[in-house]
Write a protein that binds this ligand. Structure first.
Ligand code: AP5
Length: 217
């Protein structure tokens, strides 16, 4: 099963993509995680992306396309994987068209699109309380999904931090970018694929059940 998950920053894409990937034994491919990894390692891509991400803007399409191309090829050759879920990609109409080309080249297709819907004001509150593990990238929320021990990842014991782009002014900038650049993809996809819209304001487990039910997992 090959899926694309769309939704505003903080709508719960990463949280749900990780759960659906585990449940469906599919690969979770997050461009945000890949870029943050590159920044943390100080690679050439990371150096180019760091300032752009901290400002809440989009990293150039060519850079992200290279990352995605490599991960899709990798997912394909991976034993035990039944497909992938793209989280954070595509983010512009140009990226959506580039993805179509790459999928054609490797003989794959998108089976369904999931869009998580959430009020922007809820997003700002949510993201200020998000904490992410520096080691394994697990995501927590200080109120709705807290770690067992404050500041420490339940899964690997890594340190939990607030992301650089989770300051209220940067969150608002990211929301503007989403509305302008990413939302048009939804109209494009509605004409091409099955698009499932889910209510992202429900508790995390309920959103997972809704998505799993809609995609037949
Ligand atoms: P990226 O990492 O993709 O960020 P994003 O799209 O802004 O999304 P987030 O990761 O902030 O939120 P999410 O929807 O995954 O929510 P989460 O599950 O964490 O991208 C970051 C940056 O990288 C971009 O701004 C850009 O610069 C660059 N980039 C990435 N991809 C790119 C691309 N394709 N092209 C160009 N640039 C790109 O949940 C949020 C919080 O809410 C958590 O604390 C979670 O525990 C909590 N939560 C989740 N669900 C619920 C719920 N149902 N109820 C209560 N709390 C919940």
């Amino acid at each position: 099963m090959n899926l694309v998950i769309l939704g505003a920053p903080g709508s719960g894409k990463g949280t749900q993509a990780a759960r659906i990937a585990e449940k469906g034994r599919i690969r979770h491919i997050s461009t945000g995680d890949l870029l943050r990894e590159a920044v943390a390692k100080g690679t050439a891509i990371g150096k180019q992306a760091a300032g752009i991400m901290a400002a809440g803007k989009l990293v150039p399409d060519e850079i992200v396309l290279d990352l995605i191309r490599e991960k899709l090829a990798d997912a394909r050759g991976r034993a035990g994987s039944e497909g992938w879920i793209l989280d954070g990609y595509p983010r512009t109409l140009a990226q959506a068209e580039a993805l179509e080309k790459v999928l054609k080249e490797i003989g794959e297709k998108i089976d369904a699109v999931v869009c998580i819907e959430l009020d922007p004001e809820v997003v700002v509150k949510r993201l200020s309380n998000r904490r992410t593990c520096v080691s394994c990238k697990a995501v927590y929320h200080l109120v709705s999904n807290p770690p067992a021990v404050e500041g420490q990842c339940d899964a690997c014991g890594g340190k939990l931090v607030l992301r650089d782009d989770d300051k209220p002014e940067t969150i608002r900038k990211r929301l503007d970018v989403y509305k302008k650049e990413t939302l048009p993809i939804l109209s494009l996809y509605e004409g091409r694929y099955i698009v499932h819209r889910v209510d992202g304001s429900k508790p995390i487990d309920d959103v997972t059940s809704d998505i799993a039910g809609l995609i037949g997992l």
